[in-house]
Write a protein that binds this ligand. Structure first.
Ligand code: GDD
Ligand code: MN
Length: 382
């Protein structure tokens, strides 16, 4: 099969016929084989409409699901069933225009792994949502882009309309919670060649949206899970946790030495060195997941770099503290906090790029706008 369309449905009896007709019109001229999978969780008579459609058209399949309901789960089940080389996911309610499909196919065939019709590139619009939904939706997009590097260059990461090349996701496992299955695919399948094409998201023709507050909460939970699942994204948080554990180690050793009547300054220096060494090993094996060294001292050059970074971090923090305290007259406490925060970022970045030399492959780095086609292309820096 060349193209499989996956459509999740929940009580969409009035829409399924129309979308099938419009899909047929959009797909027939392409001269490719195609089929449609309706992944249905409806509680009304939608399954009756769907079985009529399946009887009418050989290319229509529908799965009425009873257990394990939910939008993203329905789509993931559809992804497993669909045999198309290109898989397109879209809603049943015609807010996602089937007429974009030729352009979508074109982009995928020109080499992109994923194509996202976007409401937020020039030429697109988001007329289908009211002001409140728009605000929630904006917040959701910003959160995703803050939390996940791979999403940073995507203008419409919460889109429910997208196409993906099957080979890119084959053999991978997905377990999204809530709605945003596309985020799940991009992060877990390490997708990075993404094109976005503009479209107008208009009001629904029939029925009403199933989006609600519980789904928004699940979305935040989903983001947490994705950050945790994504090595490049969770690193910073692991680094902060190691840093905090280092403070505890430092204080504990300091206490011990003081109890052993070691002089205060000496005790402080020794406990600081011990915690720095501990942090180094924790970061090496845990945060940056370096493989155990092949020879006993392979970690030495890294340790030296780490110490240099840590010392430069003290310099950077001190510079920040002096700047905000003496020039901007911030209170000592606030200045100290800013200094620590600045130092943490400095240390993290230097250790990431230099000490542990985390390769920056597969991260979207530039977004270019092609004037003529109005297509946003994400260039990948290797
Ligand atoms: N199988 C299944 N199970 N389908 C569901 C479920 C469910 O629990 N809940 C909703 N759907 C189906 C609907 O029938 C519809 O086809 C599609 O999922 C989207 O639901 P809507 O209720 O129409 O969502 P929306 O219009 O508010 O938002 C949609 O478009 C946005 C812009 O692309 C969603 O796709 C959003 O995720 C997306 O951001
Ligand atoms: Mn909709």
């Amino acid at each position: 099969m060349d193209i499989s369309i996956i459509i999740p449905t929940f009580n969409e009896g009035k829409n399924v016929q129309v979308i099938t007709e419009r899909l047929k019109e959009a797909l027939l001229p392409l001269n490719r084989s195609f089929d449609i999978y309706f992944m249905d969780d409806s509680t009304d008579r939608t399954p009756d409409r769907l079985s009529e459609l399946a009887a009418q058209y050989a290319f229509v399949h529908f799965i009425h699901r009873t257990g394990n309901r939910g939008l993203a789960k329905a789509v993931v089940e559809g992804l497993q069933l669909a045999s198309g080389k290109i898989v397109i996911v879209m809603d049943a309610d015609l807010q996602h225009p089937p007429e974009l499909i030729p352009e979508i196919i074109d982009k995928i065939e020109s080499g992109y792994e994923m194509v996202i019709p976007s409401r937020f590139v020039p030429g697109g619009s988001d007329g289908g949502l009211n002001g409140y939904r728009r605000f929630i939706s904006w917040t959701g997009r910003m959160l995703a882009r803050l939390a996940l590097k791979r999403i940073r260059g995507v203008s419409d990461p919460t889109s429910g309309y997208f196409a993906v090349r099957k080979t890119v996701i084959a053999g991978k496992t997905f377990h999204p919670i809530g709605w945003k299955v596309m985020l799940e695919l991009i992060v877990r399948a390490h997708i990075d060649k993404i094109a976005e094409i503009p479209y107008r998201f208009d009001a629904r023709s029939h029925g009403s949206s199933k989006m609600n507050a519980a789904e928004s909460l699940k979305y935040v939970l989903h983001l947490f899970r994705l950050v945790w699942a994504s090595e490049e994204d969770r690193r910073f948080y692991l680094f902060c946790m190691v840093g905090l554990s280092g403070v505890a180690v430092n204080l504990a050793v300091y206490q011990l030495l003081l109890a052993g009547h070691v002089h205060v300054l000496l005790a402080f220096i020794v406990s600081s060195l011990v915690s720095m060494l501990g942090n180094f090993f924790l970061n090496q094996f845990f945060t940056w997941k370096m493989r155990p060294p092949t020879n006993a001292f392979a970690w030495m050059p890294r340790l030296i770099k780490y110490v240099i970074v840590s010392c430069s971090g003290i310099g950077v923090s001190s510079a920040i503290v002096s700047l905000v305290h003496y020039f901007f007259h911030f209170s000592p406490i606030l200045s100290g906090i800013l200094g620590i925060v600045g130092g943490v970022f400095w240390n993290f970045l230097l250790n990431d790029r230099w000490t542990f030399n985390a390769r920056k492959t597969n991260v979207l780095s530039e977004v270019h706008l092609l004037e003529e086609s109005q297509t946003v292309i994400h260039h990948v820096k290797k």
